[in-house]
Design a protein around this ligand. Structure first.
Ligand SMILES: [Zn+2]
Length: 362
């Protein structure tokens, strides 16, 4: 089952923002799958919500407050409603920070407000829609066993702010809502994006500090992150600026940093990660796995800072196939989020993986 619709495509240029994301990425994946059918249907978010008996595909404000700081969510909602422009602590300011649109000297970076045809604040509505799809993907995965969402994976979103182009953390929002509704107890997060899932690690740690997400002494979410050892957010500048006990310094339950040139060790180390997930789960079986399936590890990725890791097309496919087989063999429902991938070729690894599933008759 694939989850996608055109409303997910955010044209950042309409808000005056220039980013290296290819708006055609999902379209190219779908076109490839028309030629190489994978044998599963494509559902829109609206269709998914309706099929699940939900009034709306959107997460509620209460859902966001379960994971993020209440004051932060208030800033996003109240300033969105009032439409105040760039006031201190406003939604617009949060967006400028999240998308790194202001230089230290106050000038704009990759942002040309005079070229915008939509108010910046309206971007929140589009982001909320995208973020909400990850929860729907989890629900579909629980029903169908597997769902791939051509959206989601905003794993840098932090407790009280956005970071790294991620305003809200859909990964943890989805996991916590699924748990709050009693649909799964233990959830595994398997994050293989090139960048460390630092926001997810922070949010899970904070929820544990609040005494949430435990069964007895056992954590209910276990995070695994396989990522570049030294690229952003683990570069020297970010580490020097970081606060103790906050992202990116917070550790995932299992962190597997891959140093430059270690690509051949990627799969064996991922298998070590699976073993560690099992060890930490003990006798408990997870009810759901969320895979943050970033393909910015691809050697043809267009973001210069991801050059520190360079998996070939074959290695990307082997990685995703390994995760898929591992979860399928254990009959674990899995929701896959498309996550990072930049430039003109970012569609290739995801399209290859999905097309390869046709042979599996899932
Ligand atoms: Zn990434």
């Amino acid at each position: 089952m694939l989850l996608y619709d055109k409303l997910l495509e955010i044209n950042m240029g309409q808000y005056g923002i220039r980013l290296p994301m290819s708006p055609a990425r999902s379209e190219k994946i779908l076109r490839y799958l028309e030629e190489h059918p994978a044998g599963f249907p494509v559902l829109s978010l609206g269709e998914a919500a309706k099929g699940l008996g939900l009034d709306s595909p959107l997460l509620s404000r209460r859902d966001l407050e379960r994971v993020h700081q209440k004051e932060y969510i208030t800033r996003l909602y109240e300033n969105f409603s009032s439409g105040e422009a760039e006031a201190e602590g406003s939604l617009e300011q949060e967006l400028l920070k999240t998308y790194e649109l202001v230089n230290p000297d106050g000038t704009y970076n990759r942002y040309e407000p005079d070229k915008a045809i939509k108010p910046l604040g309206e971007l929140f509505k589009a982001i909320l829609y995208r973020v909400s799809g990850s929860y729907l993907a989890c629900r579909l995965a629980l029903e169908e066993g597997f769902c791939y969402y051509l959206g989601g994976g905003q794993h840098h979103g932090r407790y009280d702010s956005g970071a790294g182009f991620c305003l809200l953390n859909d990964v943890i929002l989805a996991a916590r809502k699924i748990q709050a509704e009693g649909r799964a107890s233990l959830v595994w997060i398997i994050d293989v994006d090139a960048h460390k899932g630092d926001g997810s690690a922070e949010l899970v740690m904070f929820s544990r500090d609040r005494g949430e997400t435990f069964v007895g002494k056992d954590p209910e979410i276990i995070t695994l992150s396989v990522h570049m050892a030294s690229g952003w957010p683990l570069d020297e500048e970010s580490i020097a600026k970081a606060e103790q006990g906050r992202a990116p310094l917070v550790e995932s339950d299992i962190d597997i940093p891959i140093a430059q040139g270690e690509e051949a060790r990627y799969l064996p180390r991922l298998i070590d990660g699976f073993r560690e997930l099992e060890r930490r789960s003990g006798v408990r079986k997870p009810g759901l796995a969320i895979v943050v399936d970033g393909v910015d590890v691809y050697e043809k990725d267009g973001l210069a800072s991801t050059a520190l890791i360079a998996l070939s097309k074959e290695q990307c496919l082997a990685r995703d196939r390994l995760i898929f087989s591992y979860l399928r063999d254990r009959r674990l429902p899995s929701a896959w989020l498309m996550a990072g991938g930049y430039g003109e070729d970012a569609w290739e690894p995801t399209a290859n993986f999905l097309a390869s599933l046709a042979a599996d008759s899932i």
